[in-house]
Each structure stands twice: as C-alpha cells, then as structure tokens.
Design a protein around this ligand. Structure first.
Ligand code: SF4
Length: 172
C-alpha cells in the first residue's frame, strides 16, 4: 500500500511520546491551525510516496525502540496505510501513539465516511493526542502536546467504555 509522507522516519525521538520512538511524518493536512509548527506538511500532493512494506521493514530493523508515533500532517487522512504500519508495529511489541487535528469524537462520528477506517486504525493505536493546535492555548510546559485543549487519550479503554478516558499519567 502507498503512504504519502513528508520526510523519512525519524528514529531515536524522545519528544513524541514516552521512551525511544520512531516517528512517521505523514504528508497532507487541512486543519490550518494558526501557528502550526509544520506547515510544509499541509499540501496533499507534497512530500513523496513510499510503500508501507518499506516503512514496516525499517521499523522492524530498529533496536531499543519503545514504540512508533504517527504524526504529520494529518495521519487520519491515510488511515488504511497507517493501520497496516500500526498493526505490524504492535505485532513486534512496539506501542503506537498518534497525533491528530481531529477530535476523537469527530473520527468516530456515525456519519463520518471514514468511520470504519478510522476505527480500524484506532484499534491499533494505544494513545491518541487529539484536537487542533490552538495558538492561544499553547503551553510549553505541557508534556507531549502543544496546546491545553489537546487530550492524551487511552484509546483501548475509551473504545471499550464508549467514553473518553484520558491517560492521566501524561495529562499532568
Ligand atoms: S493538525 Fe497539526 S499539522 Fe495540521 S495544521 Fe494543525 S498543527 Fe499543523
């Protein structure tokens, strides 16, 4: 499957979730958050295409990593390709974090045409940092998120209980 990315995977990241992580930078985002830190990732035709198999091979070759992080750009514009990457990563014991400008509720709205694809991807994500970056809620003291409206969500527990359950450890 093809995936459009903004740049090669970053390895050894310690700022995109806990522990040593590999970050997949997806290309394409339509949220247009004022003060976005990564405007080069917005164009839907920018970046370059890669084969998910190659990304998965690269992830499998990593040593000492705790997990992967799906970032961008807006990962949920490409849920099918990322579901494959997330699932394979979990199969080898990595945890999966993802950032999105959508809210958890928006991703799973019944009338969202991508509902099933979003759900499949969410089923392979451990922690979701959701919501747009809001410049006047920016707080550099926050851990793993840029603005205070964003939530760090325990995805498995939230899906099971059908309500948002925050990952309190990281929301402090
Ligand atoms: S969702 Fe992220 S990449 Fe997209 S505009 Fe907002 S801050 Fe930028």
């Amino acid at each position: 499957m093809k995936l459009r990315i903004a740049s090669p995977i970053t390895t050894d990241s310690i700022v995109d979730g806990p522990g040593l992580r590999a970050v997949v930078w997806t290309q394409g985002c339509q949220h247009n958050c004022r003060g976005c830190h990564n405007p080069k990732t917005h164009s839907l035709v920018g970046g370059f295409e890669v084969d998910t198999k190659d990304i998965i091979e690269e992830i499998k070759s990593l040593k000492l990593h705790k997990g992967i992080t799906l970032s961008g750009g807006e990962p949920f514009l490409q849920p099918e390709a990322l579901e494959e990457i997330a699932r394979e990563s979990k199969n080898i014991g990595l945890d999966v974090w993802a950032y999105t400008g959508f809210t958890f509720e928006e991703l799973l709205k019944n009338n969202n045409p991508s509902y099933l694809k979003n759900l499949s991807l969410l089923n392979n994500i451990d922690v979701l940092v959701d919501g747009k970056f809001i410049e006047n809620k920016r707080d550099i003291n926050l851990k793993f998120r840029g603005s205070s409206n964003q939530r760090i969500i325990d995805v498995k527990r939230s899906l099971e209980s059908e309500k948002i359950i925050l990952n309190e450890e990281y929301m402090k």
